[in-house]
Design a protein around this ligand. Structure first.
Ligand SMILES: [Zn+2]
Length: 250
């Protein structure tokens, strides 16, 4: 039903990335679809969300309208679907879990346990071009987090082997970090891009420790049994959810 971050678990924190099995949605959203307004019913999505949160022992998370921008939303109280547009969701309380939806884009979970600040980030190629990972760290710092204490887990996304982009996109991504070029592979007027690796670079440049960055290597496009993939399935693709919550304070 989900992959839990091993790095977070070592620090007694729950950070998870859902897979597609274990829900009740019919094809083509079978079965753990967590995306609203795709053609699946709201009731199915709510049921799936409840099942996932129960299994992971997490509160229902806050969710936003994701628009491939870099705005953030500070979440408080009980989790809900906001109409607010944001691609970075931040929480400072244990009862307010935060989540982002993906189906090929990269979900990033961040947490500073000492400062009690956590964030969920939606990083597609547009977000990556805009350095969204670094912007999220900057926002967390404004809420008291210290980069050297922040743990990051980069979840399942489309891998370089499957993520072909045009040269304009490749060019924009190559400027997103001084070393981004090494993760862009050119061939025949096309390029393949490792957005997970580029986001890891952006986090390192934001002073996160290498040992505090975990990358889950699962290509969403290559694994139809486990993941929804927009590139593979188009508009008939469900959505995964990545969720993080602060631990209850003692
Ligand atoms: Zn693949």
């Amino acid at each position: 039903m989900f992959i839990a971050s091993k790095l977070f678990a070592k620090h007694h924190i729950t950070g998870i990335f859902s897979e597609r099995q274990g829900g009740i949605s019919p094809a083509p959203f079978d079965s753990l679809n967590l995306g609203l307004n795709l053609g699946d019913t709201d009731e199915n999505v709510q049921h799936n969300l409840n099942q996932l949160c129960t299994a992971a022992q997490l509160p229902i998370p806050h969710r936003s309208r994701q628009v491939h921008g870099t705005s953030h939303l500070l979440c408080e109280g009980e989790g809900l679907q906001h109409s607010h547009q944001a691609d970075i969701l931040i929480t400072r309380t244990a009862e307010s879990a935060v989540a982002v939806r993906t189906a090929d884009c990269l979900p990033i979970l961040l947490i500073d346990k000492q400062a009690r600040v956590a964030a969920a980030v939606h990083a597609g190629w547009r977000g990556t071009v805009q350095n969204i990972a670094a912007i999220a760290i900057q926002k967390m710092q404004e809420y008291g987090a210290k980069p050297e204490h922040i743990l990051a887990c980069l979840g399942p996304c489309i891998a370089a082997s499957c993520f072909e982009v045009g040269l304009d996109t490749a060019n924009a991504l190559s400027h997103s970090h001084p070393q981004a070029q090494q993760y862009i592979y050119y061939k025949d007027n096309k390029a393949r891009v490792d957005i997970q690796a580029i986001n890891a670079l952006q986090l390192q440049s934001s002073s996160l420790k290498i040992n505090n960055i975990e990358s889950i290597k699962c290509c969403t496009s290559c694994l139809p049994e486990r993941f929804f993939s927009y590139r593979r399935d188009g508009i008939y693709s469900g959505r995964q959810l990545a969720i993080v919550a602060l631990p209850m304070s003692l």
